[in-house]
Write a protein that binds this ligand. Structure first.
Ligand SMILES: Cc1ncc(COP(=O)(O)O)c(C=O)c1O
Length: 366
């Protein structure tokens, strides 16, 4: 059930937002040196579900929530989230990138975890509200930075016997983040983690749920200790196919002009990947969604990891060890990203920052 907006909530007339919508006023931050970490903002949006209905989204100028010690999310993991960005264009306007897709994905995650999700309108409206209320934290155009938007849904009912929560909080927090690659669009090496799975074949890999990330911390740390900034998971059933990177999807470009990405039941459906596929098709590439065997990685001229945080991370080598033998696949130049992935990256960023016409209607002007 959707709430009826009133003057305290989302139905405020557009003119009420005029102080935000065209403001170029920005917080006093070192925009060019932002990292990818939490920075305090004005506040967050919260909306609660109880007695079978969602209440009004409310803006709260504090960074904490009041949560029962027995809340389902804390004990039984009813916790799902999303990640998207708001970008400032040269004219000062601000756009959220494809929030409707994140709304849809949150509904799918909620279904898998027996949670009550906000409908798409409520989701998008709460994201817009969180951005509007934090307009001074949307980084200025030209800094390469953006406002990261993190919608979170948690089961809040005190629960001891395991069951789905009857109450939920939907929260949208934001924080400004810098460009992922300060030193440029530099290729990195990836390690395939055959000793650990990210998700089970029929498990929760398709849901953006907190537990998936807790489970990937240890293999991620092991990868870093071995000198790899990014790890690649194999399919959890046979350990023979590419699944996805720790927090991004796998994409590969073949010399024959194909854009290949794994078909798997245990990976997150990346919105960046979906968007890149549309752009790749427009560039004349053929999109192939199919299982990709690890021992066929030599078919690729270019490999990338794609996701909201970095758009594309070019991968110049993938390493894996099986039966005591190290296998290494190399793609293109060690120091320079391939031309196809570079073009795709520039096109998507160009659309996000309003430099290239948004012909697909991906930007939701806040
Ligand atoms: C496991 C995983 N795969 C893929 C992605 C990329 O998804 P998106 O492009 O929607 O950010 C993410 C990031 O959200 C992720 O955490």
């Amino acid at each position: 059930m959707r709430p009826q907006a009133d003057e305290t909530g989302l139905s405020r007339a557009p003119s009420d937002f005029s102080r935000y919508s065209l403001t170029m006023h920005t917080a006093n931050l070192d925009w060019k040196n932002l990292g990818f970490q939490y920075l305090p903002t004005r506040g967050h949006v919260q909306c609660d579900y109880a007695n079978g209905a969602w209440g009004q989204p409310v803006f709260k100028d504090e960074p904490t929530i009041n949560l029962h010690i027995a809340a389902n999310a804390l004990h039984y993991g009813q916790a799902i989230f999303e990640g998207l960005k708001a970008f400032r264009a040269a004219d000062g306007s601000v756009g959220l990138f494809r929030p409707d897709s994140n709304a849809r994905r949150m509904r799918l995650s909620a279904e898998r975890l027996c949670m009550e999700a906000p409908d798409d309108d409520l989701f998008v409206e709460a994201c817009r509200m969180a951005v509007r209320e934090n307009m001074e934290f949307v980084p200025p155009y030209g800094t390469g930075a953006s406002l990261y938007v993190r919608p979170l849904l948690i089961g809040t009912e005190p629960t001891i016997g395991i069951k789905p929560s009857d109450t939920y909080s939907f929260i949208v927090m934001v924080t400004p983040v810098g460009p992922y690659y300060k030193g440029g669009f530099n290729p990195v090496e990836a390690l395939v983690m055959l000793d650990y799975d990210r998700a089970a074949p029929k498990g929760t890999g398709r849901a953006k749920t907190a537990g998936n990330y807790a489970g990937s911390l240890l293999p991620g740390l092991i990868g870093k200790q071995k000198g790899f900034p990014i790890i690649l998971f194999a399919d959890p059933k046979e350990n023979r196919y590419v699944d996805e990177f720790g927090t991004s999807n796998f994409i590969g470009i073949t010399p024959a002009g194909e854009y290949k990405t794994p078909e798997s039941s245990s990976i997150l459906q990346s919105i960046t990947n979906e968007s890149l596929q549309v752009l790749a098709e427009g560039m004349g590439l053929r999109i192939v969604r199919a299982p990709i065997a690890l021992d066929t990685l030599d078919q690729f001229a270019e490999v990338g990891a794609c996701g909201t945080a970095a758009v594309i991370t070019p991968i110049h080598a993938v390493h894996y060890h099986r039966d005591g033998t190290e296998h290494v696949f190399r793609f293109g130049d060690k120091d320079v990203a391939g031309t196809t992935l570079t073009t795709l990256y520039k096109q998507l960023q160009g659309i996000q920052y309003g430099e290239i016409a948004d012909t697909h209607g991906w930007l939701d002007k806040v």
